[in-house]
Design a protein around this ligand. Structure first.
Ligand code: RIB
Length: 309
């Protein structure tokens, strides 16, 4: 069994602030650090740290910003099919405030050049048990990878973040969709333009997951501290996996940790509810630490945490 992640890799430039500046305002940071990040890189690291064999298809520049990303991937034991491109490595400017809220601005750089799939990349996808995708790399490449995986019998997981309009052909190739409340609401409105968009509460999440499961075989709707709702097509009910109460210091990459840990758990056993409990615990651990990649827990940390929470 093995996993392929296709996605972005960024160097995160993280500014700690007392409060996130309003438009036109300047604030002084209380701290600064740079960490490996990017949704694809975070998710592939989460898969590896949660104990699965995983390969990363991504694009990095040839600049110094790529070095900490490559070092981190090697340390995590990720197999790489990484292209080196004559563009700057992707970067993300992140502010994190005292209540752990953040804002993120991404300069895609080399990630935007992850175009077309090589024979080696296609065969890795075709031989894998799972393909995990996000939406920080060009959509045609995401679609090609998903279609190739579907044709080869590889289970396709799409984390639709950052959300954008999704072509039906992509949804047709997806086995499991992972979205947060905001992404779920926008996607449901895309699928049914007559629907009225409303703020999503935990109580309404099951109903919203029920709307989305008409378009894909299974949906996980993540609810931050409230946990997640799992809905599979053919089942009349959704499962609510409650969140684990912790004190968050930085939520950057928590969604990515959830996705990666979930796929690692599914790679061991197909029980989606149990994999969601494992992923929820991984995300709860990650928000207690600063940075995206540095906050991603190891399998043993997750199992120990589950045993006590
Ligand atoms: O999901 C968090 C990630 O989003 C950050 O690591 C940043 O690089 C952006 O891609």
């Amino acid at each position: 069994m093995s996993v392929v992640v296709l996605g972005s890799a960024n160097l995160d430039l993280v500014y700690a602030v007392d409060r996130i500046p309003s438009p036109g305002e300047t604030v002084l940071a209380t701290g600064f650090a740079s960490y490996p990040g990017g949704k694809g890189n975070n998710q592939v690291t989460a898969v590896a740290r949660a104990g699965a064999d995983v390969t990363f298809i991504a694009a990095l520049g040839t600049d110094a910003a790529a070095d900490p990303l490559l070092t981190s991937l090697r340390t995590a034991g990720v197999h790489d099919l990484i292209r080196r491109i004559d563009e700057p490595t992707g970067t993300a400017l992140i502010t994190v405030d005292a209540s752990a809220e953040n804002t993120i601005v991404v300069n895609s750089g080399a990630n935007a050049q992850l175009i077309g799939l090589t024979d080696a990349e296609l065969s890795a996808i075709g031989e894998a048990s799972f393909l995990l995708l996000q939406l920080e790399t060009p959509l045609p490449t995401v679609l090609d990878a998903a279609r190739h995986a579907k044709a080869a019998g590889t289970y396709v997981v799409l984390n639709a973040a950052p959300i954008r309009t999704l072509p039906q052909e992509l949804l047709d190739a997806v086995d499991l969709l992972i979205v947060n409340e905001h992404e779920a609401d926008l996607l449901a409105s895309q699928l049914d333009p007559t629907r009225t968009s409303v703020p999503v509460t935990a109580d309404e999440a099951a109903r919203l997951a029920g709307e989305l499961v008409r378009s894909v075989p299974a949906v996980i709707l993540t609810l931050g501290p409230e946990g997640a709702v799992v809905r599979e097509r053919g089942s009349d009910t959704a499962t609510h996996v409650p969140g684990i109460r912790v004190t968050a210091v930085d939520t950057t990459g928590a969604g990515d940790t959830f996705c990666g840990a979930l796929v690692a758990a599914l790679d061991r056993s197909p029980d989606l509810d149990d994999a969601t409990r494992f992923a929820t615990a991984a995300a709860a651990l990650s928000v207690q630490r600063a940075g995206a990649v540095p906050s991603i827990p190891l399998e043993k940390e997750i199992t120990d945490f589950r045993a006590t929470h």
